[in-house]
Design a protein around this ligand. Structure first.
Ligand code: PLP
Length: 231
């Protein structure tokens, strides 16, 4: 077995254990393998080990990989910051976007989504830690942005995404995830059907699953440590 296949098995076991610990079924949590900065051969290794959904942060790198690996029935998720002048290739080649943080980007993605493709599946990214450096809309602005995104014809609003500030303590990790879940519940109570909470990375997937994550985005624990300089 390749190292990547071993790592995938270990991550799947962490997901199952974390789900079982809070009485959730392991199938209620999807694993997104974050392949940013890793070569195509790593994606192929993971795909051969049964991994289907992959996450990329950089537009050019992502579409290069998608173009060179067509025919394997993989699902591609864009999870990085998205500038409005780079939306077109994302609308044309990805299946999901997790990082919608303003209406202009969503409007462009909807207008540029080819009609022969299903709607782009999207999450609104929320800044739950309140740091100036992280992207994501303010929690207060999330309901209004969700309403506007849900009204766009070629997007399907699925839920919320967050990247909390990294901390070591599991109880402390749970707080921002809980806030995201509560925000999602409020948005659902306002009449928008959301089924996705995209939260949890290599170091905090247990805390995220305990708070209701339905997609965890895992890079390092599958592919290894990214070299310095890579995000
Ligand atoms: C890089 C990245 C991940 C994966 O992080 P790891 O700590 O390597 O698991 C998840 N989500 C986003 C948005 C990322 O940029």
């Amino acid at each position: 077995m390749s190292a990547i296949a071993d790592n995938l098995q270990a991550v799947r076991a962490r997901i199952s254990n974390a789900a079982a610990a809070v009485g959730r079924s392991p199938e209620s949590v999807r694993l997104l393998a974050v392949s940013k900065t890793w070569p195509l051969s790593c994606v192929v290794d993971a795909a051969e080990a049964g991994q289907r959904a992959f996450g990329e942060n950089y537009v050019q790198e992502g579409i290069d990989k998608i173009a060179s690996i067509s025919g394997r029935n993989l699902e591609w998720h864009f999870i990085g910051p998205l500038q409005s002048n780079k939306t077109k290739p994302v609308a044309e080649h990805f299946d999901w976007v997790h990082s919608i943080d303003r209406l202009r980007v969503a409007e462009r993605l909807s207008a540029q989504r080819p009609t022969y493709l299903p709607p782009l599946q999207v999450c609104v990214q929320v800044n739950v830690s309140g740091e100036a450096t992280k992207s994501g809309c303010a929690p207060d602005a999330a309901l209004e942005l969700c309403r506007a995104v849900a009204a766009l014809p070629s997007l399907q609003l699925r839920g919320l995404m967050a990247i909390p500030e990294p901390v070591d303590d599991v109880q402390a990790q749970r707080l921002p995830f809980r806030h995201l879940r509560q925000l999602s519940e409020r948005i659902q109570a306002a009449g928008l059907p959301l089924d996705t909470l995209s939260m949890g990375m290599s170091h905090d997937l247990e805390a995220a699953i305990a708070e209701g994550a339905t997609i965890v985005r895992i890079g390092t624990a599958i592919f290894g440590q990214r070299s310095s300089g890579n995000a």
